[in-house]
Design a protein around this ligand. Structure first.
Ligand code: 48H
Length: 258
């Protein structure tokens, strides 16, 4: 077989185009492919939902790659171990109930599981706005991350979904967009974004799951963004809460049964 450069190029462009058009309508659109966003995507896709995840960066995995301060180990508490097992991430018990994993194995296994469960991940695409109809978020506004980096004035494209999950980490970007565009209408005590509190692993990990909630009709928050929106502490380099939060948000959306 002789290789044709143009066939290679056409295969890429047409293959991508087909996927992109297909995922312009989905059941659930997730902003951010960190541990929380991918875990949510996995559990939703596993139950047959049409799930798309948009990730700003070239690589998925968010804040997991560097473990703690570039020591590339991740720590998980016992409650999250069944999720690690489900993804096939190997772990070692460091001491009573604390498990350590290799961060690269953790990310690649979660990513592999999520995609194989049926969720589609688009990298290099940023969520820059939301669509709101009758006081409900109905989809996301997307642009190539490189366009933002280059400060080019180029209009975005849109996609529609029944539910949106803000899994953008510390930045809680979707929540910020909502407050910026339509005012203090989040489902928090003040309607505003409450902001992340100082480090406290024990409380931060508990609250991250409690704070995994709907923040505006049609929008849920998961992972670090939950504590940023609802005013919970950061927890440092322990990642079990991110997986538990991703699993919880998937369950909440599945219970809607729509
Ligand atoms: C598309 C976007 C956009 C956007 C951001 O930061 P993440 O890893 O978030 P979580 O919640 O899954 O995990 C948090 C964890 O990594 C962490 O930071 C911890 C535990 N910190 C504790 C502490 O004390 O510091 O992933 C979010 C992802 C990233 O990959 C971003 O690039 C992406 O979202 N993202 N993608 N459009 N507007 N904003």
């Amino acid at each position: 077989m002789k290789l044709d450069d143009i066939v290679i190029s056409k295969a890429i462009v047409e293959g991508f185009y087909r996927d992109f058009v297909n995922y312009m309508e989905a059941d659930v659109a997730i902003s951010g492919a960190g541990p929380a966003g991918m875990t949510a995507g996995y559990y939703l896709a596993k139950e047959g939902k049409k799930v798309v995840i948009f990730e700003r960066k070239l690589a998925v995995g968010g804040g997991m790659w560097g473990g703690g301060m570039m020591y590339n180990k991740c720590v998980f508490q016992e409650a999250s171990k069944p999720i690690l097992d489900e993804f096939g991430v190997r772990c070692e018990e460091y001491q009573g109930g604390y498990f350590i994993t290799d961060s690269l194995e953790t990310i690649s296994s979660i990513c592999d599981g999520t995609i194989k469960a049926g969720a589609k991940i688009f990298n290099l695409i940023s969520v820059e706005d939301v669509m709101i109809r009758e006081e409900k978020v109905t989809g996301l506004v997307l642009n190539w991350s490189a366009i933002g980096e280059a400060h080019l004035h180029i209009d975005p494209l849109t996609m529609r979904s029944r539910y949106v999950i803000d899994a953008t980490g510390h930045g809680a970007e979707v929540a910020h967009i909502i407050v910026r565009k339509i005012g203090k209408k989040l489902l928090t005590s003040t309607g505003d974004f409450l902001g992340e509190r100082p480090m406290w692993a024990e409380v931060g990990e508990r609250m991250i799951v409690e704070n995994t909630k709907e923040i505006y009709p049609g929008v849920y928050v998961a992972g670090m963004a939950s504590n940023a929106v609802f005013g919970g502490p950061r927890m440092g380099p322990i990642f079990g809460g991110m997986l538990l939060s991703g699993k919880k948000v998937a369950k909440m959306i599945l219970q809607k049964n729509e």
